[in-house]
Design a protein around this ligand. Structure first.
Ligand code: XMP
Ligand code: MG
Length: 179
C-alpha cells in the first residue's frame, strides 16, 4: 500500500492472513452445523459487508443473502442507546434458517434489537455470527453463536468497520485512536 495512504499510520490488530484463516474455519463450522439445509444470511449494514462477502464464499451450503440496515440514535440525545431500522429486509424470512452477520458485538444493544425484530418474522431458526466480539463492553445479556475474534476494548476500523464512514475498505482490522 502507498506511503501516506489513509490508515497507514494505524496499528494492525488482525492482519489479512489471520482474518482469512479464521473466516475459513468459521465457514467450515457453519457448513457442518447446517449441512443439507439452505441458509439465509442477513447482513447488518453497513459494517458487515466485507465480512459477509468473505464468509459467504466459505460456506458449502445453499446460501441466499439479504441485508438489514440499522443505525443507533446518538447516545447524547437518546440515553437508552436505542436502535432504528434504516433499511428493511427485501425478502420474508418466515420458516427459514437465518444467520445474522454482524461486524462487531459491543454493548449488545444492536444485537438485542435486531434479534427482537427478526424473531417476530418467525424464522425456523435464528443464529448470529460476529467477526469481532468486545465482551468487556457488554450492557445487554446477549452473545453470538459464532465469534471470529474476541478483541480488547479498543476502537477498531477496517474490513467494513468505520470511523465516521472512513477506513471501511482497509484489508485488515486496525486500531483507531482519536488524536
Ligand atoms: P452495540 O453497542 O449495539 O454496537 O453492540 C454495535 C455497533 O457499534 C459499532 N461499533 C464499532 N464500530 N469500531 C467500529 O467501527 C468499533 O470498535 C466499534 N464498536 C462498536 C458497530 O457499528 C456495531 O455494529
Ligand atoms: Mg459503524
Amino acid at each position: 500500500m502507498n506511503e501516506g495512504a489513509p490508515g497507514n499510520d494505524l496499528e494492525v490488530l488482525l492482519d489479512t492472513e489471520t482474518l482469512d484463516r479464521r473466516i475459513a474455519e468459521l465457514g467450515r463450522e457453519i457448513s457442518a452445523d447446517y449441512r443439507g439445509r439452505p441458509l439465509r444470511l442477513v447482513g447488518i449494514l453497513k459494517g458487515s459487508w466485507v465480512f459477509m462477502a468473505s464468509l459467504a464464499r466459505r460456506l458449502e451450503l445453499e446460501v441466499t443473502v439479504d441485508f438489514l440496515g440499522v443505525a443507533s440514535y446518538e447516545r447524547s440525545t437518546e440515553p437508552t442507546g436505542a436502535v432504528r431500522i434504516t433499511k428493511d429486509l427485501d425478502h420474508s424470512i418466515e420458516g427459514l434458517d437465518v444467520l445474522v452477520v454482524e461486524d462487531i458485538l459491543d454493548t449488545g444493544r444492536t444485537f438485542e434489537y435486531i434479534l427482537g425484530v427478526l424473531s417476530a418474522h418467525r424464522p425456523r431458526s435464528l443464529k448470529t455470527v460476529t467477526l469481532l466480539d468486545k465482551p468487556s463492553r457488554r450492557v445487554r445479556p446477549v452473545k453470538a453463536d459464532y465469534v471470529g475474534f474476541t478483541v480488547p476494548d479498543v476502537f477498531v476500523v477496517g474490513y467494513g468497520l468505520d470511523y465516521a464512514q472512513r477506513f471501511r475498505h482497509l484489508p485488515d482490522v486496525r486500531i483507531f485512536r482519536p488524536a
